[in-house]
Design a protein around this ligand. Structure first.
Ligand code: N01
Length: 548
């Protein structure tokens, strides 16, 4: 239905970000005949998959759920791997853009820099780096949670004369590791993937590890066209089930108390999950994995003992899979690996533990760690992101008192449902602080959060509401709920990006809502069904009346 409120805005809605959620939201608004336009600072569609083009970058959700649920898309697209790389995901997003007719409604290489809200008109004036200010009634930020790269502040970092890259700002032209001395700093999901690729061709690879990654075996599979076609009838049921599970995966946390299981049941459960590979050992475990120290330790021990079987260099065993867990298992995001623990058996690979050999500085020729300088041709910084708050927090979008969203979050992590910040009316966001997106399969989160955004905007238009804003007390309660759930869990015991602890100077506190998809969906639905009790609504007529 076309929006009812006419105003002086150029657009009904501006959407920022062309990843899963931005594209979904754009599509849904276009279906409803809204005057909507999407802007993205990248070169094309795909969001994270447009920018994270480092060698080996691949998704770690099974591909049959890592898709939009629209049958027009999944019935007509063929993937060749269970966990495809960006090289297959980029064409997928282009296919979607064409199928949905999105191209005329998207502009790339155009970055949102800031916005101000005109209280008289109830219109956002959004400023972009092309110098143009565009006006819209609703501003929707779908900028992703892993968007803003973090570079370490090593002394001398600028002096290095070789090639150096952050994993999330990889050059579009091919970078070859072949015959080079390569260093990778960081062993998170990005690091593990770059390391695996570099190990194949680098003359020598040196990995600088601060915390071991409790990575899980991926269980990669490759498909011919016919094999993939045979799986298609299974795709929709898997997607449908994924909408009901904790993490948006086609399996769920097991609802049995660890204490109620005997030794043999526990071992059998862990063994089965391990053998099915992927994230089952994490997000298909007993829910107690996240709450019960004993359950968590049993999982760590299982992971450690299985992983150690693959490490042949004696001196690396304790560094890669220590006797004592570096943090509770799964409290820091694991990733999926293919030959990660095997590659350390190669002669051309070294591992440096930066806890005992701290990185002191970067020189013209390499890295000094533990008083030893090693020379490199290429340094890869796989040092992560300012997750959840980085992208939105950096925008120059101000409330009535002149504070940016970043200023608000510097003081307190505050959102209503991970969707709005009080004081910033008619502004909605997805995939950011205090939503469960960090714990959810990407497209599942994108559709769940995106549908809510579209429904709210449509409802506001239908009801003749020209200004809507989250009530501060509702936002405080949501922040409290996010913290309460986290504090019951083992997550605060890990120094992770979930806890905002990976960025020097960032206030460590839980970033996502970790109560799971089902609880979150219920909270979103309740707000709409109850008629928006937690939003301050201003009708067009009452505003006019007030002005008179
Ligand atoms: O970033 P990270 P990422 N000195 O923050 C190390 C998603 N993702 O880009 O653990 C030395 O996880 C840091 O060490 P430590 C996914 O959600 C998904 O890898 O803080 N080391 C860590 O090892 C993921 O979780 C996919 O002690 C330093 C690494 O750098 C999220 O993005 C692929 C350091 C950063 O790891 C982020 O992953 C890629 C320093 N000064 C990403 N500073 C898939 O779907 C940082 N480190 C597969």
């Amino acid at each position: 239905m076309k929006p009812k409120n006419e105003s002086n805005a150029d657009l009904d809605v501006i959407v920022v970000g062309a990843g899963f959620s931005g594209m979904h939201i754009l599509h849904e608004f276009l279906k409803r005949d809204y005057n909507v336009h999407l802007f993205d600072d990248g070169e094309g569609v795909g969001g994270t998959w447009d920018k994270n083009n480092y060698p080996g970058a691949r998704v770690d959700s099974e591909v049959w759920i890592y898709q939009f649920t629209d049958p027009q898309i999944w019935q007509n697209y063929t993937f060749t791997e269970k966990f495809p790389t960006w090289r297959e995901l980029k064409p997928y997003f282009n296919f979607v853009a064409d199928q949905w007719g999105l191209r005329p409604h998207m502009t790339f290489k155009t970055r949102l820099e800031g916005a101000s809200f005109d209280e008289n008109e109830c219109v956002w004036h959004a400023k972009f780096n092309d110098g143009v200010t565009r006006r819209a009634r609703h501003l929707v930020l779908a900028m992703g949670s892993t968007t803003t790269p973090v570079m370490p502040k090593f002394a001398g970092i600028e002096s290095f004369k070789g090639e150096s890259y952050h994993s999330a700002r990889w050059p579009k032209q091919e970078v070859s590791f072949s015959g080079k001395r390569v260093a990778v700093i960081g062993t998170g999901a990005s690091g593990v993937q770059v390391i695996q690729e570099a190990s194949k061709t680098a003359d020598h690879l040196t990995v600088y590890q601060r915390t071991p990654n409790l990575a899980l075996p991926m269980g990669q599979e490759r498909y011919t066209r016919d094999e993939y076609a045979k799986m298609k009838p299974l795709i929709y049921p898997a997607m449908a089930y994924s909408r009901q599970t904790f993490g948006g995966f086609p399996y769920d946390l097991i609802n049995r108390r660890w204490n109620d299981l005997n030794e043999s049941e526990r071992n059998q459960m862990m063994r089965q999950n391990w053998e099915q590979k992927g994230f089952r050992f994490w997000l298909g475990a007993p829910a107690d994995l996240f709450f019960d120290e004993e359950c968590n330790r049993a999982h760590y021990n299982f992971w450690r003992d299985e992983t150690r079987k693959r490490i042949k260099k004696e001196h690396l065993i304790e560094i890669l899979a220590p006797t004592e867990p570096p943090h509770p298992f799964g409290a820091k995001r694991p990733c999926l690996e293919q030959w990660y623990f095997d590659l350390y058996n190669q002669d051309n690979v070294d591992l440096i533990d930066t806890n005992t050999s701290q990185i002191e500085r970067i020189t013209e020729n390499g890295i000094v760690a533990g008083a030893v300088e090693r020379e490199f041709d290429c340094i890869v910084y796989a040092t992560g992101f300012d997750n959840c708050t980085g992208a939105i927090g950096a925008l120059d979008i101000r409330d009535g008192t002149g504070r940016t969203i970043g200023d608000v979050w510097d003081e307190k992590y505050l959102t209503y449902l991970g969707k709005m910040v009080p004081g910033f009316p008619n502004l909605l966001f997805t995939y950011a602080l205090q939503s469960p997106s960090a714990f959810l399969n990407g497209p599942t989160a994108a559709e769940l959060e995106g549908d809510w955004v579209v429904n709210v905007v449509e409802d506001m238009s239908a009801k003749g509401i020209r200004r809507y804003d989250a009530k501060p007390d509702a936002a405080h309660k949501w922040a409290e709920r996010c913290n309460d759930v986290a504090n019951m869990s083992l997550l605060p015991k890990a120094k992770s990006w979930y806890m905002g602890a990976n960025v020097p100077g960032k206030r460590p506190e839980i970033q996502p809502f970790i109560g799971g998809q089902v609880a979150y969906r219920a909270a979103l639905n309740e707000e709409i069904e109850m008629g928006y009790p937690n939003l301050v609504l201003e009708r067009a007529s009452s505003a006019t009346a007030a002005a008179e």
